[in-house]
Design a protein around this ligand. Structure first.
Ligand SMILES: Cc1ncc(COP(=O)(O)O)c(C=O)c1O
Length: 497
């Protein structure tokens, strides 16, 4: 046990007071010379209507205290710029700084969405070219960049399927969703007015063809398939799957959020997908912190193009760009303006900076990294689907949870914090009890992966020797186990004396 790491990082103190607690009367961050003009009253400066009598208790602190307090707090945050962030399914890849530089260029950063088309030709060109690139990468015929997240892309795509079937006088009731799908898939299906029908996976973690055959009927609008699925497994029978669905008049929606495992290698249009979304943050390196701002473009085959949300960016024969609102079959607007434009700029910067070879390399590195982890850890952690994976691999806590140890995926994840790593995704996907879902992304180098592997191997050893120690991790943080349900449902966001 001498090797146990007890400090993840050197904090000056783990009991940093909040800034209000550091306050003492009369302290000030500035020391101004005496006024040589008459003092203006707050009413004169702000206007009486903006003055509130009830605001008091501002912290009184020195400049140095302010600087040290907030700088220290900033070092307590774990981010993709600090270290490996192996959250499976969330794809926390490095955001190259060139993206940020480009997104801050004057014109791209400052144009107003209500500007006339003639004055924002450059911005419209960025939208148009990004859509062209995504068409090339997916093989699809048309793209909308509007949805503000992957889940909204899903909703948009399913609404387009509904509009298409209604237009053909063939409305249907159900959408099939495999049990290895991302959790947002059934939610999007239900929100768009369809009912979900679950499809069980087979022993290989793929869609069970016999079960799909039984479920696919004239009442089924289509199949919503995450590919690679949340087990990190590519649906090897994807052609047979899409053919079966099409043969019975249904459409295939592919959740393409995991396109970072296919980009530059396989194009979903080629294996029969009719509509899909992409997550710019998961595949094209746009920021993913704090839940947004997201972007979930939707790509479709020709048959669905008339139903794309409004407006559509078009290039006229004279080379100018325009926004087309005159599309009678469109499902309408799904978001204000034209989507999260800043994210689109960053994604285009990433695509162009990498070029076709670079994008393919990113995919290959992501898949190689995940398989390296898989092969280096499978002798200590249970691997329920023991076959090559794509961009992520899913272990389970089966061995560590077995009596007498009783250590679960969440405990192992908490102990990883002591080793200075962000935890992996726990307890998802749901079809793997005690799931430990790891996605290293292409950003990680071998040295970092080896440290992570070493940490997880060392934790497995600790569990053998002293499970109680791991059950009470983390040991190096200011607080150990939080009541996570209360923290999520009843957050206390305001300090009160
Ligand atoms: C496979 C998959 N589908 C859908 C989503 C939903 O995307 P978003 O969180 O942008 O709504 C995610 C999120 O990471 C995902 O991993």
């Amino acid at each position: 046990m001498e090797n146990r790491i007890r400090e993840a990082r050197p904090h000056v103190t783990r009991n940093e007071d909040v800034i209000f607690e550091r306050s003492s009367p009369g302290k000030s961050g500035v020391d101004l010379p005496p006024l040589d003009v008459p003092a203006a009253s707050p009413e004169q400066v702000l206007g009486a209507e903006f003055l509130r009598g009830d605001v008091e208790g501002f912290p009184e602190v020195s400049e140095l205290e302010v600087i040290r307090h907030f700088t220290r707090l900033s070092t307590w945050n774990y981010g993709v710029d600090t270290g490996l962030y192996p959250l499976g399914s969330c794809t926390m890849k490095y955001n190259p700084r060139i993206n940020e530089t480009v997104a801050r260029l004057e014109g791209l950063a400052t144009d107003h969405p209500y500007s006339p088309e003639s004055l924002v030709q450059g911005c419209l060109r960025v939208l148009h070219e990004t859509a062209q690139c995504l068409k090339e990468i997916t093989g699809m015929d048309a793209v909308s960049l509007q949805p503000a997240a992957g889940a909204q892309g899903e909703l948009t795509g399913i609404l387009m399927i509904r509009a298409y079937l209604a237009d053909r006088g063939n409305p249907r009731q159900y959408i099939l969703v495999p049990d290895s799908a991302h959790g947002t898939n059934p939610a999007s299906v239900t929100t768009s007015g369809y009912e979900v029908r679950d499809i069980k996976s087979n022993a290989d973690g793929c869609v069970d063809m016999a079960e799909l055959g039984r479920a696919m009927s004239e009442e089924v609008a289509g199949l919503m398939l995450t590919n690679p699925n949340t087990l990190g497994i590519f649906e090897s029978q994807i052609r047979e799957i899409t053919e079966l669905v099409h043969a019975r008049g249904g459409l295939v929606y592919m959740d393409g959020a995991n396109m970072n495992a296919l980009m530059g290698v396989a194009r979903p249009a080629a294996f029969g997908v009719d509509v899909m979304h992409l997550n710019l943050h998961k595949t094209f390196s746009t920021p993913h912190g704090g839940g947004g701002p997201g972007s979930g473009p939707v790509a479709v085959k020709k048959i669905l193009e008339p139903f794309l949300p409004l407006p559509v960016v078009e290039r006229a024969e004279d080379g100018t760009y325009r926004l087309n609102y005159d599309r009678p079959k469109s499902i309408g607007r799904v978001r204000a303006f034209y989507g999260n434009f800043g994210m689109v700029v960053r994604a285009l910067a990433y695509i162009l900076a990498n070029g076709p070879e670079g994008l393919r390399q990113a995919t290959e590195d992501a898949v190689l990294n995940a398989n390296y982890l898989r092969s280096q850890l499978k002798d200590v952690y249970d691997l329920p689907y023991d076959k090559p994976c794509m961009h992520e691999c899913v272990f389970s806590d089966r061995r560590q949870a077995a009596p007498p140890r009783g250590v679960r995926t969440m405990d192992i994840a908490k102990r990883l914090i002591d080793y200075g790593f962000h935890p992996y995704t726990t307890a998802f996907p749901l079809i793997v009890p005690g799931a430990m879902m790891i996605e290293p992304t292409e950003s990680a180098g071998k040295a970092e992966l080896d440290q992570f592997i070493q940490a997880l191997r060392s934790i497995a050893q600790e569990i053998e020797e002293d499970p109680q120690f791991v059950l009470h991790a983390p040991h190096t943080t200011r607080l150990t186990r939080l009541d996570e349900v209360s923290a999520a449902r009843k957050p206390i966001l305001r300090w009160k004396p």
